[in-house]
Design a protein around this ligand. Structure first.
Ligand code: AKG
Length: 356
């Protein structure tokens, strides 16, 4: 995996035979809607909720941690207070607009990564922590240039790789209560101080613009480790923070309960680098659907296993933004090549790993 740190040498990094330029482009490409039923809830979805009130409650609750291991996810209802949520949102806006020196550096790096990708010097489908800023596909018809698109943050789909540029967002990622819980979730004697951040990512799912059926696009079901070029059994925990109230309509998180227990699910390049929709639908229970949803209030969080299949439907609300920030943690990981990852998760015939 190539993780582009400040000292990354673009001339010597690995170039694969599956170049992917979409990932680093300014505007996403339009995607078809998900097939019916993919986000339908299981009949027993309510019973499969795993929720606690605070991080401290979670760290003190063997039941919650056991259920995280069993089901693959754990929601924390009151993870961030209102001031922390607002600080986080303000800082994401600063980063996207490059409004201060550190944020300018972030945007410079976004530009360098895009250039290196377009010249074929690097390939960044690995979901590492390279810097990225991307607009929703619909923004391209509203805005001629990136500078225009940035005038309205409701055009922004994704920011990635900001932690090393933003002490404010780093402070959130390295909150002691978050690290303590992640360390417990990883287990095996891992301590909070052992943890490293593999990726920082914010997907902002704007509401549908007037006249459009959907705003922020779907993130189809996938396993996060299918995006990370590290040994696929690395214990990795994601912490996803809701910065708005989230529900099924504006694109809250959905999980296939116990899906991580099946190990690796095959991924394909369909609407994204994702689990085949037929395989998702096959996980349906009786008359119900395949998944549980995890709606959260603003400031809530969900922690999940790096092999837990999850996805978010498009934001079909006309007025409700669904912004979220997430961090992935591990305590050390052996790198593999992109080709090895595509082989493991997709197989030679299905590989490609194109993601956005
Ligand atoms: O925030 C979202 O909509 C989806 C996040 C997610 O599943 C991911 O990036 O792995």
């Amino acid at each position: 995996m190539t993780t582009l740190g400040d000292d990354a040498d673009f001339t010597s990094v690995h170039v694969t035979t599956t170049p992917n330029t979409n990932h680093a482009t300014a505007f996403d490409v339009p995607k078809p809607p998900p097939p019916p039923g993919v986000y339908a809830l299981r009949e027993d979805a309510r019973k499969l909720a795993n929720r606690v009130d605070t991080f401290d409650d979670a760290a003190d609750s063997d039941d919650a941690l056991n259920a995280l291991h069993d089901l693959g996810y754990l929601a924390v209802e009151r993870a961030l207070d209102e001031q922390s949520v607002q600080t986080c949102l303000d800082e994401l806006a600063v980063m996207a607009r490059g409004e201060q020196d550190l944020a300018k550096k972030f945007l410079e790096r976004v530009g360098e990564v895009r250039e290196a990708v377009s010249e074929g010097r690097i390939q960044v489908s690995d979901g590492g922590d390279h810097e990225a800023l991307q607009f929703e596909a619909f923004a391209e018809t509203k805005a001629e240039t990136e500078a225009d698109a940035l005038k309205d943050l409701a055009n922004v789909r994704k920011l990635q790789g900001f932690v090393r540029h933003s002490p404010t967002l780093a402070a959130l990622a390295y909150r002691r209560d978050v690290l303590e819980l992640v360390a417990k979730a990883i287990g095996g004697g891992v301590r909070a101080d052992d943890l490293q951040i593999h990726q920082s990512l914010a997907l902002l799912k704007p509401p549908a613009p007037s006249g459009a059926e959907q705003g922020g696009r779907e993130k189809p079901f996938h396993q996060d480790l299918a995006y990370f070029s590290i040994e696929p059994h690395t214990k990795i925990i994601g912490a996803w923070f809701a910065l708005d109230d989230t529900d099924e309509k504006n694109g809250c998180m959905h999980f296939i309960p116990r899906g991580h227990q099946r190990g690796i699910w095959r991924h394909e390049s369909i609407r994204d680098w994702q689990i085949d929709d037929a395989d998702v639908l096959e996980a349906s229970d009786g008359d119900g659907g395949p998944c549980v949803s995890v709606p959260l209030r603003r400031g809530g969080a969900v922690m999940f296993n790096g092999l837990s299949p999850h996805g978010t439907p498009p934001n079909v609300s006309a007025s409700s933004t669904r912004r979220a920030v997430q961090f992935h943690y591990h305590a050390g990981a052996r790198r593999i090549t992109d080709e090895e990852r595509f082989e493991i998760f997709g197989g030679a015939a299905r590989g490609g790993g194109e993601i956005n």
